[in-house]
Design a protein around this ligand. Structure first.
Ligand code: HEM
Length: 517
């Protein structure tokens, strides 16, 4: 906002400044002097000189063409010279931690007047603090990095680690012991999967899809095998630096030769005394361009083995261009006769499949939590747009076809949310091994359902926003990003169809032998 003393003007006074070189307009009770800005206006100068805009209240036309955030950018906020006498601002920017009042923009448990069997007041307090953090620290960084394609700054990573957000993204467990979580709002022993899910949801609400991955998703999937299977000396070397955001980790499993088909991998580790000699390539490795360590799947004499490879001689990474921003650090990784201490082996030699499988449930569940939040944001964006956009003299919501799309979008996100909450509740009440046994099927099916819903919602959102959903800036920028990237949720952590099939195969395994129609 301008630091000048705020002046008050009458509508009549504003109306006198209605020409090139002397141009004022009103937006939501605020008077803007556009005299010099007009020639710099990205939408052109001429549109500002028409009779219905120059010297007039242009609130309606402005919000049909710009997002509110345009007015909050410092370079534009300073165009404000005063307010209109007797008028009050009606369109307010949310404050850090605020909940949206748009129906269905928040899950039921956060909506005033509704109830939840799962979430307690402690979760709500935690959510408010996490939202304030992501809104103020992560959202501006997301905009910068999405555009530049550069990795997240160390400053933001440091702020995340101060709150122990990196550690919390790994879920409940021993790694939280002794840590102060979000300034102490929740004790480590009380931290559950609902708390963790809140972090994923807020991350996805305030970041583009590529930033969700760029904000150390590689570590979230690459560190658990070290926590669970790493030798004490390896853990001592790696874990605390990783959780402090000083070292980065990537999970390096997929190859150009094999993705979901882990048995077909070709990266080979050959034993040479106390070392493995690793040779091969890995593809689509999230955070790989900047990772210091790679939790890597290799073919060994006795089967598939997982080991931690440190960046060093023989390790090289190069960025892969994907449909989303390179802030995610997606890399092609080459291991050329890399010497890896046998002490870096994670889990039994030849028993790597178990190591990888034990990781999958959590990773898939995390993708689910992020996707639901992104879908909810799409619902909010579409409700707002359809409500404010005027076509043929009426709001877009007056079209039954638009309302029908909104109805489908809302139903899908609510269905996803309710299934997610029920799965999360099971996870809270099961041991890790019980979870591996009982939840792989339901989580696979849920992920399939959520990613399909997401893509349908992206499609509906694109129809609602029309041409605006095809540009990376402006009104439809979230829908454009979601439409371009929702497919990532259907592939990463297990392809949609494969996961649906996994769910059915798990169910078939448990079919009672003595059952008949
Ligand atoms: C304080 C006043 C204004 C500011 C700071 C401003 C700023 C901007 C900016 C930054 C853009 C680029 C698109 C975006 O980032 O959303 C834009 C586009 C545009 N503006 Fe403005 N604008 C103002 C007032 C107006 C008014 C009153 C009109 C009324 C006709 C207008 C018409 C347009 C049009 C037609 C575009 C192109 C939209 C598109 O490509 O979809 N602007 N404006």
């Amino acid at each position: 906002m301008s630091s000048q003393p705020r002046k008050e003007f009458t509508i009549e006074q504003v109306a006198q400044h209605n020409r090139e070189g002397d141009l004022w307009i009103v937006i939501d009770s605020k008077v803007y002097d556009l005299s010099r800005f007009a020639d710099l206006h990205p939408g052109g100068a001429n549109v500002l000189y028409v009779d219905s805009v120059a010297g007039q209240d242009a609130t309606q036309v402005f919000f049909g063409l710009h997002r509110h955030e345009v007015l909050l950018r410092p370079q534009y906020a300073r165009l404000q010279i005063g307010t209109v006498q007797g008028q009050e601002e009606t369109i307010k920017a949310p404050k850090p931690g605020d909940l949206s009042k748009v129906p269905y923009a928040e899950p039921t448990w956060l909506s005033s007047g509704y109830f939840s069997p799962y979430y307690k007041d402690g979760h709500r307090k935690f959510q408010k603090a996490v939202r304030a953090f992501f809104m103020t620290v992560v959202a501006p960084e997301s905009v910068r990095c999405e555009e530049s394609g550069k990795r997240i700054s160390q400053e933001v990573v440091d702020k995340m680690s101060e709150q122990n957000i990196i550690a919390m993204r790994l879920g409940p467990g021993k790694h939280l012991k002794g840590r102060t979580l979000m300034g102490g709002i929740v004790k480590p022993e009380e931290f559950d999967y609902f708390h963790e899910g809140i972090i994923h949801a807020e991350l996805a609400r305030y970041s583009s899809r590529a930033v969700v991955d760029g904000l150390l998703a590689g570590l979230v999937i690459g560190l658990p095998p070290i926590l669970k299977y790493g030798a004490p000396a390896l853990q001592a070397k790696v874990v605390s630096d990783a959780l402090a955001g000083k070292k980065y980790i990537a999970l390096a499993i997929s190859e150009a030769f094999a993705g979901s088909d882990v048995g077909g991998l070709q990266t080979t580790a050959v034993r040479d005394g106390d070392y493995w000699i690793v040779t091969g390539t890995k593809k689509w490795i999230t955070n790989g361009t900047f990772a210091d360590y790679f939790t890597t799947g290799c073919k060994t004499e006795t089967g598939f083995t997982v080991m931690l490879i440190e960046r060093g001689p023989g390790v090289s990474t190069k960025p892969i261009k994907t449909a989303y921003s390179s802030v995610a650090g997606t890399a092609f990784v080459t291991f050329d006769k890399v010497r890896v201490p046998v002490a870096n082996t994670l889990g039994p030699i030849g028993g790597g499949m178990g190591v990888i499988l034990s990781n999958f449930n959590h990773e898939r569940w995390m993708v689910i939590a992020c996707s639901i939040s992104a879908q909810r944001l799409a619902v909010e964006e579409c409700l707002k747009w359809a409500n404010q956009r005027m076509v043929f003299g009426k709001p877009l919501t007056s079209q039954a076809v638009i309302r029908a799309k909104l109805g489908q979008m809302i139903s899908r996100v609510e269905a996803c949310q309710n299934w997610y909450e029920s799965v999360t509740y099971q996870m809270n009440n099961m041991s890790y091994d019980e979870m591996s046994n009982k939840m792989a099927g339901p989580i696979g099916l849920l992920k399939q359902f959520v990613s399909r819903s997401g893509r349908e919602t992206a499609e509906d959102g694109t129809q609602i926003f029309g041409g605006r959903a095809l540009t990376m800036t402006g009104m439809g920028k979230y829908i454009e990003n979601y439409h371009r990237t929702s497919g990532f949720d259907a592939i990463l952590a297990g392809a949609e169809d494969v996961l649906g099939d996994l769910g059915v195969r798990q169910a078939l395994k448990k079919m009672p032998r003595d059952t008949r129609l």
